[in-house]
Write a protein that binds this ligand. Structure first.
Ligand SMILES: Nc1ncnc2c1ncn2[C@@H]1O[C@H](COP(=O)(O)OP(=O)(O)OP(=O)(O)O)[C@@H](O)[C@H]1O
Ligand SMILES: [Mg+2]
Length: 423
């Protein structure tokens, strides 16, 4: 909670808009904010963190986000505040292995949700989670919340909605006033800093559903969606456990007109596999993309690599094949029926709970907005589907699990005397 006098001090640099102020001043110890894109979630959280350094003698604040880059972004905004508030202070700052700052009785840490286990047993007075709907639920309930148990600390979760998952359940508890939880949702247009012109362009570019989720901050059912968000979210884990000898399958969707080249790597088989790498290569010339892809593939000798060989993909695949890689490379032409069976393979992995992955928000967003419209399968307008396609390519080509069959032969019978002798 931020007291009025702190807001007055901060107002020399920054003033919250009405929605942000309501969030900042509320005294609840668990606060949930479900807002549309660009509403000012990260700005408001940074101000909340900085206020603790003004109002309290000591604090230990943990900033969590699905990826370290996102957590770092929030950390930098808090640091901007601290440098502005105390320009002379000698704040001890470290950027690696993870962002960390210390001054007087205060500590600020930023971590990604991937390192959940490393946080076990630690304490915090405040935990602030950005993009909380994209973090595995277990990181929140089994790792973050126990960290606050002994300090009677505060928990703040902010996010755009992502279906009816754990974030929605926390939000609902807040709406019902349970466990002292406060929650609020707001569309992007509540912020006076989000221009109408930007919103109207987005509205034209995106499907109605995607716009309602991303900008209207609505929690929408995933019924009828290709990938049900509850299944996708149950595949999220804080950390992957990978067997050293797992077979590696790589899927690559080459950039075409406006998309990015996407690469995903699965370790394991159809019964149990882990997404160990997920990356978009953005705005890179072809040669640079080839170099990056070759370097990545070289890390997995013996991997099987499947590429989109439709259109521009075909010559690029040939160039990749000429790089002398030891991996097995093959192209697939995307006919509508091939795409359909490839997507079904991925749906099947989720349905069976066979896939494990750490949070990767761009992929989670693509999965959420992947649509089946008649026979057309693909991203809702305004979204990419390159990561989903790369993942589906890999999923479709996963090896069968190897189950040795032991032949036991005929049922054996023992004579009474032998059975008694044994007894
Ligand atoms: N109170 C404010 N005063 C001035 N500008 C603001 C304020 N709140 C937010 N903004 C501006 O609005 C933009 C979006 O803010 P921010 O990044 O915090 O939003 P967000 O909800 O976290 O967005 P995203 O959904 O992209 O993560 C930024 O340019 C930020 O500077
Ligand atoms: Mg943000």
């Amino acid at each position: 909670m931020v007291v009025k006098i702190t807001l007055e001090r901060m107002a020399l640099r920054w003033k919250p808009h009405a929605g942000q102020e309501e969030f900042l001043v509320h005294p609840a110890s668990i606060k949930i904010l479900a807002c549309g894109r660009r509403w000012g979630k990260t700005e408001a959280t940074a101000a909340l963190c900085a206020s603790a350094w003004i109002e309290r003698e000591s604090s230990r604040q943990l900033l969590l986000a699905p990826t370290l880059d996102q957590a770092r972004l929030l950390f930098e905004r808090v640091m901007d505040w601290l440098r502005w508030l105390w320009p002379e202070a000698k704040i001890v700052e470290r950027r690696s292995p993870y962002p960390h700052a210390r001054w007087q009785g205060h500590t600020l840490l930023a971590r990604s949700g991937h390192v959940g286990r490393a946080l076990r047993g630690q304490e915090a007075t405040d935990i602030l989670i950005d993009e909380a709907a994209f973090l595995p639920e277990s990181v929140i309930t089994e790792i973050a919340m126990p960290m606050l148990a002994t300090t009677q600390g505060k928990l703040v979760m902010l996010s755009t909605p992502a279906g009816m998952n754990h974030f929605w359940r926390f939000y609902q508890m807040g709406q019902r006033g349970e466990h002292g939880i406060w929650s609020r949702s707001a569309p992007s247009w509540e912020s006076p800093y989000v221009r109408d012109s930007v919103l109207s362009v987005q509205k034209q570019l995106m499907s109605d559903r995607a716009y309602r989720v991303e900008y209207g901050a609505e929690f929408l059912e995933s019924s009828g969606r290709v990938f049900r968000s509850e299944l996708v979210h149950s595949s999220l884990v804080p950390q992957l456990e990978i067997c050293e000898n797992s077979p590696i399958t790589i899927g690559i969707d080459f950039a075409r007109y406006s998309d990015y080249t996407a690469v995903t790597i699965l370790a394991g088989d159809r019964d149990r596999c882990s997404l160990i790498h997920c990356e978009q290569l953005q705005h890179l010339p072809w040669l640079e993309q080839l170099r990056k892809l070759s370097d990545l593939i070289r890390k997995y000798p013996g991997a099987r690599v499947w590429c989109d060989a439709t259109g521009v993909g075909d010559p690029v695949l040939e160039m990749l094949q000429s790089q002398g890689l030891s991996a097995h490379l093959e192209g697939c032409v995307f006919t509508p029926s091939f795409k359909q069976s490839m997507i079904s393979s991925l749906v099947w992995l989720f349905e069976r709970g066979a896939l494990r992955m750490t949070a990767h928000p761009p992929l989670l967003r693509e999965l959420e907005h992947f649509e089946a419209d008649g026979r057309r399968l693909g991203a809702a307008s305004g979204f990419h589907d390159d990561l989903v396609i790369a993942l589906a390519l890999a999923a479709h080509h996963l090896p069968q699990s190897y189950r040795p069959v032991i032949h036991l032969g005929e049922n054996r019978t023992f004579s009474k005397s032998i059975a008694q002798g044994v007894a």
